[in-house]
Design a protein around this ligand. Structure first.
Ligand SMILES: NC(=O)c1ccc[n+]([C@@H]2O[C@H](COP(=O)([O-])OP(=O)(O)OC[C@H]3O[C@@H](n4cnc5c(N)ncnc54)[C@H](O)[C@@H]3O)[C@@H](O)[C@H]2O)c1
Length: 383
């Protein structure tokens, strides 16, 4: 890859990877010697040492510092990611590997990629690499990989939780208790059972399938929309019906859960017009990515009651600014980006990052499903 980048610079290729050059880069192979690896994670402050397995924070840097340094590599860990004076910016020009996480996304723009002359590998500690300009990474011959599957159970469980919280109108009841109130009617007039409702997932990949499996015992009518149909055996076992046309599925759903990556095709997918086609009183849960929604359209539909409840942990941008309108809209169950960063999830994505670094040092391929950009090509769902 270093060869590919050098070759491209020499002949001034900055546009889409050309076939001749791409053929040079068959394997991502770390050249011998010490590598500079930069990791950007969220800061834990006083919580850092409260759990020995809390490896996903900046203070513990995935627990790989001693391992990297014992092999002669340099490992810079920071949470300071924005702007020209940030710690990340200081290391861009000479780092070889950048580890980022969707929970505290370091936005890797085309401009940053251009400055990163030594960069070979972008690893996402978690799932979802949309904070990286993937086309720019592909054009520059970089490899982008994530720890596919690492926190899918963590997210599916959280989605089920948010569906139930919104369906049962739980949060106003909780707030009554905190505020010394007692008003059953104020909760009960819009609280429902999940049983018998139609639930549709938009995207039935790893998380979508786990959600459907978890919903089955609740006695719901399950639908899914995806680019790809689930294997017939599994589809039968889960009992979910495939809906080829998203716009035909949405008006049938009492609950819609979003489980696609953020791509050119899904950015802004839920705009004013599409939300208007959904059932009045629909509940939406989105732990996928904030930018799949039109921010203001969600606010307006929550205000009008067209959306009866909106829940999720993903925002655009992140961290969400204090004046982000989703903080203030009615009937929401929003949190910071937490669903995929349980301790169990952290241990899995930390192990996955370590495994890929080890393979990179040894010149071995990564597990095929981890690649988001490889040899100038984006993974199929990002194309
Ligand atoms: N909130 C969190 O903590 C968290 C954690 C992990 C993942 N995520 C998000 O969830 C997303 C899904 O994760 P996953 O592990 O299930 O991924 P996955 O790749 O297993 O599944 C994604 C599914 O979406 C489908 N899809 C893609 N584009 C589509 C389109 N335009 N129309 C219809 N279907 C489309 C794919 O065919 C695939 O089945 C990630 O990309 C990430 O953005 C969030």
């Amino acid at each position: 890859m270093a060869m590919l980048r050098a070759a491209k610079r020499a002949i001034g290729v900055l546009g889409p990877a050309n076939a001749q050059i791409a053929s040079v880069s068959r394997k991502l192979h770390a050249s011998p010697g010490s590598k500079k690896i930069v990791g950007v994670f969220y800061k834990a402050n006083e919580y850092a040492d409260m759990n020995p397995n809390f490896v996903g924070c900046v203070e513990h840097g995935l627990g790989i510092q001693d391992w990297l340094e014992s092999q002669g590599h340099q490992y810079i860990i920071t949470d300071d990611k924005e702007g020209p004076d940030s710690e990340l910016e200081k290391h861009i020009s000479d780092m070889h590997v950048l580890i980022t996480t969707p929970f505290h996304p370091a936005y890797v723009t085309a401009e940053r990629i251009k400055q990163a002359k030594n960069l070979q590998l972008l690893l996402t500690a978690g799932i979802g690499s949309d904070h990286i300009d993937l086309n720019a990474a592909a054009d520059a011959g970089l490899t982008v990989a994530e720890v596919t599957g690492s926190n899918v159970v963590s997210v599916a469980e959280d989605e089920l939780l948010r569906v139930l919280i919104l369906m049962r109108n739980f949060l106003p009841g909780y707030h009554q208790v905190i505020n010394g109130e007692w008003n059953v009617a104020a909760i009960a007039y819009r609280a429902y059972d999940l049983e018998g409702k139609t639930v549709g997932t938009v995207g039935a990949g790893r998380i979508g399938k786990l959600l459907l499996q978890r919903l089955k015992p609740f006695g719901c009518n399950l639908l899914y929309h995806d680019r790809i149909k689930i294997d017939p055996g599994l589809e039968k076992e889960i009992g979910a019906k495939f809906e080829e046309d998203l716009d035909a599925m949405l008006p049938k759903c009492d609950v819609v859960v979003i489980n696609t990556p953020l791509t050119e095709k899904t950015r802004g997918l839920f705009n004013k017009e599409r939300i208007a086609k959904m059932k009045k009183g629909v509940i939406i849960v989105n732990n996928a990515r904030g930018a799949i929604m039109d921010t203001q359209a969600v606010v307006d539909a929550c205000n009008s009651g067209h959306i009866a409840g909106y829940g999720g942990d993903v925002w655009n941008p992140q961290p969400a600014p204090k004046d982000h309108p989703w903080r203030y809209m009615p009937n929401h169950a929003m949190t910071p980006h937490i669903s995929g960063t349980t301790i169990d999830g952290q241990l899995r994505y930390a192990a996955g990052v370590k495994d890929m670094l080890d393979r990179y040092f040894k010149g071995e391929d990564f597990p095929a499903q981890n690649y988001i950009v490889k040899e100038g090509k984006l993974a199929s769902q990002y194309q």
